[in-house]
Design a protein around this ligand. Sequence first.
Ligand code: CA2
Length: 147
Amino acid sequence: MSKPIYVINGPNLNRLGKREPDIYGHTTLAEVEAMCREAAGDTGIVFRQSNAEHEIIGWIHEAIDEGAGIIINPAAYTFTSIAILDALKQFDGPIIELHISNIHRREAIYHNSLVSKVATAIIAGLGPHGYETAVQAMGRLVTDSTN
Ligand code: CA2
């Protein structure tokens, strides 16, 4: 069986669809997961969310051993976590950094992503549907990197 794509979500994203719909939309994280599985077709999806940095790092380690690609919305850790950056550096496959909102249109604290330094590609500002786009794009990146 082919390796799965890891979709990893950071702090507060479990609240998606429940607060600040003007920024993050009305879609819940469970609906985002369903969207990802639908977009992936036969490719396996490992979908995770945590508010704890160490758990996110653990899933990146798991992806290093078992994953074909990583789609990561590190949320606030995007801008603060050298530990997540160091973990991602160990991953050999494609990495898509994903943000629901366009971080560059927002306050300056959201402008300097550490994760972008190791991301293969960045998707931001497409709303929750950005996840669908990311899964489709990851399918192509994984095929390209294994051929
Ligand atoms: O736009 C994104 O996806 C972000 O990664 C979301 C993060 C923010 O720190 C990033 O700069 C951009 C915040 C996640 C907060 O999630 C919420 C979800 C629902 C309601 C309130 C917050």
